[in-house]
Design a protein around this ligand. Sequence first.
Ligand code: HEM
Length: 540
Amino acid sequence: MSSPLPSLPRASVSEQARITATLLTPTLVRGVIVRRPGGMAAVGALDADRHAVETMRRLRAAHGPGPVRTNLFGRRAVLLLEPDQVRRVLEGTPEPFTSANAEKQGALSHFQPHGVLISEGQERQRRREFNETALDTPHRVHALADSFLAVIREEVEILDRALGPDGELTWSRFAPSFWNAVRRIVLGDAARDDQRLTDLLYRLRSDSNWFYLRPRRDRLRAGFGERLRAHLDRADPDSLAGAFAGDRAPGGVDPAGQAPHWLFAFDAAVIAAFRALALIASHPEQAEVLRAELDEHNPAAPEGTARLERLRATVLESVRLWPTTLAILRDSTEATEWDGAVVPAGTAFVILSAFFHRDPERLPYADLFAPEVWLDGTAEEDGLVPFSGGPADCAGRNLVLFTTTALLAALLERRDLRLVEPAALRPDRPLPYSLNHFALRMATRPVRPHGVPGNRPSPPRRRTDSVQEGTTTMANPTFIEVQKALSGVDYPANRDDLVNHARGRGAEDRVLEALRGVADRSYSGPDEVSKAVSETTGGR
Ligand code: HEM
């Protein structure tokens, strides 16, 4: 008679209770998909992720480094304890470890039932391909980076003006400003003020926090879909939406099925960027190094932004220290073997990001702000996975890092920052495991007095001023229109070069008119031209 197959060590009743109290409950309290301010405050006050990491360390001490069997919302699950196990599961996606895990399907089907993350088989492959093309996944500089950068710098300029001489930067000031940029990047300029679209998505996403427990709200979803479709149909060529207008989508994938994920996922980018800013604002020495990097490269150009390695690493540190994806989940599609033990198909595999990023037994830098680990190969060696890994890793990683780096650069060029809240975030103390982004407060002041031009003044943008005044009619070309018309100019360029280039790109008459109005001299870059255009057309 053959002996039964060995199974993985199993969490005891008391360990299971601790897993529920320190891993599952805080995750539900703060919100799996939409972070709740009250939940974040509670989790932050209790430094809940510290307890989660502690639970994982205890499991390892009790059962050794092999995976441990547990229970996730009433079904069989395995907690991974070693980076090699994480690599195996992520590299083994989608077979035998599918990313279309049951809990994720329950959560995401509320607002992105066709999202790649919960797709399977051929459909997953086509949708992944579509995402990779639209998001320009392999490249640090997206094909539309010129436009994205201009949008970001413009929105930062507006934020800077709104802050005034000594304004305090809070979540309620920072997030709407970044969201204006996000809607323009994803859907085009005309979506900038469509706050309602983001609100509808927010309501659908809030339902996701309840998985299958809350019924799908079809009318709400239809309303969101209609609004989204209108933006996608306009297909602004300088936005992600424009990349696949009409029948240009590869493999017949409907962009309306994928764009909700982009909007949803930018939420994490906004949070990550604000926390990165808090790191900078609380670490003056590191801030100095970052400022030196800004002086060395030109953040007003996409290639310059891409060279801001340390600032990029600061965003990576933000998502290492405080992962926005709390757990990466996979379900096994077949029985898998782990050190001689067999785990049946249909088991959930859980990668608790905070544990792998903040394990003090493995990582000497666990509780420090250590951007260098992203620059010298350490992060890769140590198996840090804020953007997941393997064939279903984050398809927007490069785009996120570009946009957040650009945003931070533009802010640092304009503002000195000092963290006011929370006081616990400081270089001489271990960093907290949980950071409530809603409660961050930073004192700011202009790097130079208002009105005094810096080395790389961001060009003003008249259209946004008129949008703020409640009208969308404009006599003068927008900053984006000018940038678009001048994309690809060889600098230095004089006035005739500029006009001819813009005409060659099919620029509208008012753009040509504006360019004809600038002084006839040699221009060294697009910012200088935009500034000249703005001066001649009376822009502020
Ligand atoms: C700080 C910001 C972000 C972080 C930390 C992040 C992280 C992640 C992680 C961990 C996953 C894997 C999730 C899983 O396997 O369960 C993922 C998937 C994905 N992300 Fe992001 N993400 C961010 C922003 C974005 C943005 C802005 C976009 C698009 C504009 C994007 C596009 C995607 C896509 C398309 C997938 C699905 C990949 C697949 O299933 O093949 N992400 N992201």
